[in-house]
Design a protein around this ligand. Structure first.
Ligand SMILES: CC(C)(COP(=O)(O)OP(=O)(O)OC[C@H]1O[C@@H](n2cnc3c(N)ncnc32)[C@H](O)[C@@H]1OP(=O)(O)O)[C@@H](O)C(=O)NCCC(=O)NCCSC(=O)C[C@H](O)C(=O)O
Ligand SMILES: [Mg+2]
Length: 282
């Protein structure tokens, strides 16, 4: 299991941030050529970012290219295919056909099979097509929520608890789980609001997201903490597995731990918790 608790965006035009990220403990990095880069800096940012892909050690390094309907998209994908990041992050993916076009462009650009597609889902159409997007390709491994664009398109307001966005978040989560893909939550814009940020991480985790996308180094530590299993959860997972093993040895398919029923499905959850804990240790 590959931990994706935290994925930090870095503007591709910001040399200082790109340098600083070499020492930041985010699980994944998203070198951004889209929203955070002004039009007249797109080409220099593309060159810089593609040259930096190998500079961040073990972490998963991805490149966010410009959207399919922009003048920069084709050149971004060609350059990314050659640079060989862990994934290209493509904004505003709206259909299976979009995914197929990205896949074809990567193949034509000579991308290695190791370079995956992370599709950003951030429009009303994408919410309604989430399953076909997620299922469109084996190369597509991760869905990434774009909650700023989604709120804009919905004419929704940002409110604590994100009630206006919950329908879209749920549809994308259902699509990710139905197709066996990883899914990352959207960004939290107020980089000074630590409490609000942590509450949103917790909400994302409780919903079932695998991790969250971030915009500032200060968001990494709380995000990694919230999305990692706690010592109590690890201990509980071990107890669940052990109680079920004992029950099975006695010919029973059900056990209890602290008065709660344990069946095979709870064991699968416990195994997932332990797998993530081990991946984080290792
Ligand atoms: C949000 C920011 C503009 C805040 O910038 P600033 O006020 O300059 O931050 P600080 O002074 O607190 O920075 C402290 C140090 O940290 C470095 N830094 C800041 N941000 C990053 C980063 N993202 N990665 C790496 N390093 C970073 C600064 O350089 C300072 O370093 P030092 O000088 O050594 O102390 C800024 O944080 C920022 O630009 N964030 C990223 C914005 C971004 O990428 N936006 C696009 C992605 S989000 C998106 O597109 C949403 C999605 O599509 C949707 O629809 O929802
Ligand atoms: Mg967006």
């Amino acid at each position: 299991m590959k931990p994706r608790r935290s994925a930090l965006y870095m503007p591709g035009a910001n040399e200082r941030a790109l340098e600083k990220a070499k020492t930041l403990p985010a699980d994944a990095l998203i070198l951004d050529l889209e929203d955070a880069v002004a039009p007249d800096a797109k080409e220099s940012a593309r060159e810089r970012v593609c040259g930096l892909v190998g500079e961040y050690g073990e972490r998963e390094v991805t490149i966010r290219v410009n959207g399919l309907d922009t003048e920069w998209h084709d050149a971004d994908l060609r350059a990314a295919a050659q640079a060989g990041p862990a994934a290209v992050v493509v904004p505003k993916v709206n259909s299976a056909r979009d995914v197929h076009n990205i896949e074809r462009a990567l193949e034509l650009g000579g991308a290695s099979e190791e370079t995956k597609i992370w599709a950003m889902v951030e429009t009303p159409v994408a919410m309604l097509h989430a399953e076909e997007i997620a299922a469109a390709s084996e190369r597509l491994t991760v869905l990434v929520m774009g909650t700023n664009d989604l709120a804009k398109e919905l004419h929704a307001e940002f409110v604590p608890g994100r009630a206006p966005l919950l329908g879209g978040l749920s549809l994308c989560l259902l699509a990710a789980r139905a197709t066996g893909k990883v899914i990352l939550d959207g960004v939290y814009n107020d980089v000074k609001d630590v409490e609000g940020f942590e509450a949103e991480c917790l909400q994302g985790r409780q919903f079932g997201f695998d991790g969250k996308t971030l915009i500032h180094p200060g968001q990494i530590e709380p995000c990694n903490r919230v999305f990692a299993p706690s010592a109590e959860e690890i201990e509980q997972a071990r107890r669940v597995i052990s109680a079920f093993e004992d029950a099975k040895a006695e010919g029973r398919g059900v056990a209890t731990v602290d008065g709660r029923m344990i069946e095979n499905l709870h064991v699968e959850n416990a195994q997932r918790v332990l797998a993530l804990a081990e991946a984080l240790e290792g």
